[in-house]
Design a protein around this ligand. Structure first.
Ligand code: FES
Length: 262
C-alpha cells in the first residue's frame, strides 16, 4: 500500500455524469490487479480526512499511472469533476484483494451493472492482453438504467468480446434487468466462473443464481468506506456465518458469493 500525490493527466467527461480520471503515479501503483481499488482525497476543499474509494479501471499505457472511471453522485465527485490537468490528488493504494483468475480456457461470464463495469473492464483486458486468454471464452453482460449509462462498450468490443446489453428504460438493448439474459445463458451452458460488480439487487440475484446453477461466482462489493484498510470498521457486510461480519476494504472487495449474506 502506497500513499502519494498523483498528478492529473486528464479528467475527461464521457457522457451525462461520467468521467475518466488519469493520474500520473510512481511505479508502486503499476502492479495493481483487477478488482483492487484506491482511495482518493482532494485537499482541504472537502473534509480533509475524508477519502473515497474508486476501482482501478486501467493501468495507463507505458506504465505512467492509473485511470479511474467515476460517476458524479455527490459533493466529493462533484469537486473531483472540476479538477484540471496538472493539479494533484492524494492517492492511497492499491488496496483490497482483487479477483482470483480462472483457469486458462475456462468459460467466463462477466456481469456489470452501471459504473460496476470499471473493475471488470480491467479484468477483461488483464485476462486477454496480459494473460493471453481467448476472448471467445468470455461473455459480457452489460446493464444500465439507460443508454447514457452504458459505459465502456468500445473497450469491450476492442478486446473482441461479445456483449449482451440491457437497459431499464429500453433505450438500448433488451428492456429488462441484466440478470435475465444471464439466466437464459446459464440455462443453455454453464460457465466455470461468474465475475460481477453492480448494484446490490443485481449481486443478490446473481449470488442466488450461481448457487442454483452450481457455478462459482466472485462479487466485487461496493460500500461506503472511510479508511480503506481495516481501521474504521465502517465497511462491514454480513457474512453467511452467523454473527460474523466481513470488511469490504480488508477482506474484499472481491468475495466468493457463498460468503456474503444479502
Ligand atoms: Fe475502514 Fe473498511 S473502510 S475498515
Amino acid at each position: 500500500m502506497f500513499l502519494e500525490k498523483g498528478q492529473v493527466l486528464w479528467n475527461k467527461k464521457l457522457c451525462s455524469s461520467y468521467f475518466k480520471l488519469g493520474l500520473k503515479l510512481s511505479g508502486s501503483f503499476y502492479d495493481a490487479k483487477p478488482g483492487q481499488f484506491v482511495m482518493l482525497r482532494i485537499d482541504e476543499r472537502i473534509a480533509p480526512l475524508l477519502r473515497r474509494p474508486f476501482s482501478v479501471y486501467r493501468i495507463i499505457e507505458g506504465r505512467k499511472g492509473v485511470e479511474i472511471l467515476y460517476r458524479v453522485v455527490g459533493e466529493f465527485t462533484g469537486i473531483l469533476s472540476g479538477i484540471r490537468e496538472g493539479e494533484c490528488v492524494d492517492i492511497l493504494g492499491p488496496l483490497g484483494n482483487g479477483f482470483s483468475l480462472p483457469k486458462k480456457d475456462s468459460r467466463v461470464f462477466i456481469v456489470a451493472g452501471g459504473i460496476g463495469v470499471a473493475p471488470l473492464v480491467f479484468l477483461c483486458s488483464y485476462l486477454i492482453v496480459e494473460k493471453g486468454y481467448d476472448s471467445s471464452t468470455i461473455k459480457v453482460f452489460l446493464g444500465a438504467r439507460s443508454k447514457d449509462d452504458l459505459l465502456c462498450r468500445d473497450d469491450l468490443s476492442s478486446l473482441g468480446l461479445e456483449v449482451a446489453i440491457t437497459t431499464d428504460d429500453g433505450s438500448e438493448g433488451e428492456t429488462c434487468m441484466i440478470t435475465s439474459p444471464v439466466e437464459a445463458a446459464l440455462k443453455k451452458a454453464r460457465p466455470d466462473m461468474i465475475y460481477a460488480c453492480g448494484p446490490s439487487g443485481m449481486m443478490k440475484c446473481l449470488s442466488e443464481m450461481a448457487g442454483d446453477y452450481g457455478v462459482a461466482c466472485q462479487l466485487s462489493m461496493e460500500t461506503v468506506m472511510a479508511c480503506g484498510f481495516g481501521a474504521c470498521l465502517g465497511c462491514a457486510v454480513e457474512s453467511k456465518d452467523a454473527n460474523k461480519y466481513l470488511h469490504v476494504c480488508k477482506d474484499g472487495p472481491v468475495f466468493d458469493s457463498r460468503d456474503i449474506r444479502f
